[in-house]
Write a protein that binds this ligand. Structure first.
Ligand code: NOJ
Length: 552
């Protein structure tokens, strides 16, 4: 073993799968998904090939923001099960080689959290300083991140006559991280879940979390993030912090802790995701290439998390207005499919008008772009949204296991389900796991193959990204190079089939391109090779050199 061997950095080559226990599988027939149901589906996830489960908030909550409004950082929502059921899931997942990370939502609590109930009883209550108060409504007030739903970040507390800060809904008061007691509470919650066996956290709303309350001196806010990271790593060397930071790359670099990599381990690439949609709308990869080239160079232990859909609105906030409108027109032509003036409430397949070639190309990109892919449950079978459910919840419908009206999610009457599945072409009757499991041409099996190939190509997570030269504007050709070898992928953003004259000048005379998704093996004739691509086609290759000892 080399001292520098970094193969234990599991997150560099992980496949992360995000789900909400509430909508995955209902075991006790009450219409709400639960941990006992999830335990029964760990084998499905193992079969799919995922290596890390990200559980959305499952803590006790009045559920006014889908669990992102927590009343007990240590608990399990009784609707979903008990700590015992949680441990069963952890044990089963570990047995199948799957790690679990959980949402850490500590920028705010629910207004029904015992701390807040105490805090609002009087200005001198010991919990008062757990939150951020102002005697008057601050002048620099602004709408929250939910324009149209919350017009102010400050809410008057009638009893004490002061205003409290809420970056999100008014029922989610921001905690005061300038208070050392609050910082200790956060560390304790982290320590608790690590002890329960989790391998890290998806950290909610990081920029809001570390922001200093107005007129408060906390020094460098990043010091707090470094403290959390140090604490985490003392308790568990393998644990990760996957941060939600929707900011320009320059600032994201700081949230990684710069070149030192001393803060967040991973961050979602919101810029790359938005550029991908612009490229899809234009049928031209230039915007995506530009974003990938602009990514700052991060420490080898840090990582980008790629995604094409998550549980929130598909935000386009970092595009210019003109670009955003291009994407809106292409993928959300109806005003009702948009939200907050910046996002889309649809899932990927309906946005792409159900075109299987395009949908597959998008997932091929997800698994081959530099970074770690993150799937949102149901993407692997091409689930659609339920347009009748308003707002962000349209994409949070029950997982569709079989063709029955409730999608095999629950034995409860349809009217009792936590959310209704979509109808029409995306109803469980047409989109479900059982039907796709036995169909070799299904999206499910396609994603399974991509995952298997991705897992066998550590270069994708580790390697050096390079855009390759060729003659077709509509094609992104890239390679990922590491001491393990070189992975090459081509993606055709256009509807017309084409031949790409690819140049890999620096490869040896006797090297071959080995097709990773098919049987072909092509000699690299002096570094030149002609690759055929179908409409919205894609190809994955490995550069194979005689004697490199790889299977293909
Ligand atoms: C980000 C989460 O992804 C979103 O769903 C939630 O509403 C806010 N943070 C507030 O916690």
């Amino acid at each position: 073993m080399r001292i520098t061997d970094t193969s234990d950095l599991w997150w560099k080559t992980a496949v992360v799968y995000c789900l909400d226990v509430e909508t995955f599988l209902d075991d006790n027939g009450d219409g709400v998904g639960d941990f006992a149901g999830l335990a029964r589906r760990i084998d499905y996830l193992a079969d799919l090939g995922i290596t890390c489960l990200w559980l959305m908030p499952f803590y006790p909550s009045p559920d006014r923001d889908d669990g992102y409004d927590v009343t007990d950082f240590y608990g399990v929502d009784p609707r979903l099960g008990t700590h015992g059921d949680f441990v069963e899931v952890m044990r089963t997942a570990r047995d199948r080689g799957i790690r679990v990370i959980v949402d850490l939502v500590v920028n705010h609590t629910s207004d029904r959290h015992p701390w807040f109930l105490e805090a609002r009883t009087s200005v001198d209550n010991p919990y008062r300083d757990y939150y951020v108060w102002s005697k008057t409504k601050p002048k620099n007030d602004a709408p929250t991140v939910f324009p149209g739903e919350e017009s102010s970040m400050w809410e008057l507390d009638e009893k004490t006559g002061e205003y409290f800060l809420h970056s999100f809904y008014r029922h989610q008061p921001d905690v005061n991280i300038a208070n050392p007691k609050v910082r200790n509470e956060i560390a304790k919650a982290i320590g608790f879940w690590l002890q329960m066996g989790v391998s890290g956290f998806r950290v909610d709303a990081v920029p809001f979390l570390i922001e200093a309350p107005k007129d408060t001196e906390i020094g460098d806010p990043h010091e707090f993030l470094r403290d959390i990271r140090r604490f985490l790593q003392r308790r568990s060397s393998e644990a990760v912090l996957l941060g939600e930071v929707n900011l320009p790359y320059r600032q994201q670099f700081d949230y990684f802790g710069g070149a030192a990599g001393s803060e967040l381990t991973m961050q979602f690439d919101f810029i790359g995701m938005q550029s991908l949609y612009l490229s899809l709308a234009r049928r031209d990869p230039t915007a995506l290439i530009r974003a990938l080239r602009q990514r700052p160079e991060i420490a080898p232990e840090s990582q980008w998390a790629n995604f094409v859909r998550n549980h929130d609105e598909l935000t386009l906030d970092k595009l210019t207005e003109k670009q955003r409108n291009e994407v809106f027109e292409a993928f959300a032509p109806d005003e009702s499919q948009r939200i907050y003036g910046r996002g889309i409430t649809r899932r990927v397949p309906p946005m792409l008008e159900g075109d299987p070639r395009r949908i597959r190309m998008v997932y091929s990109l997800l698994f081959s772009l530099p970074g770690t892919p993150v799937l949102f449950y149901g993407e692997e079978i091409g689930m659609g949204e339920n347009a009748d459910i308003p707002g962000r919840s349209s994409v949070r419908t029950p997982m569709q296991w079989d063709a029955t009206p409730t999608g095999g999610f629950s034995s409860a009457r349809s009217s009792r389900l936590v959310a209704q599945p979509p109808g029409d072409g995306y109803a469980p009757e047409h989109v479900n796991v059982v039907a796709q499991r036995d169909d070799p041409d299904s999206l499910l099996q396609h994603v399974q193959r991509l995952i298997a190939r991705y897992r066998a190509s550590a270069e994708i997570g580790w390697g050096e990204f390079e855009v390759l030269e060729h003659d077709q504007k509509a094609v992104l050709a890239h390679s990922m190079r590491s001491d393990l070898g070189r992975f090459v992928a081509l993606h055709n953003f256009a509807e017309r089939p084409m031949n790409v004259q690819l140049r890999l000048d620096d490869e040896a005379e006797d090297a071959n391109l080995v097709d990773l998704l098919g049987p072909e093996r092509m000699p690299l004739d002096g570094g030149h090779v002609s690759v055929e691509l179908g409409a919205y086609g894609y190809r994955w290759f490995r550069v194979s050199r005689p004697g490199d000892g790889r299977l293909g």
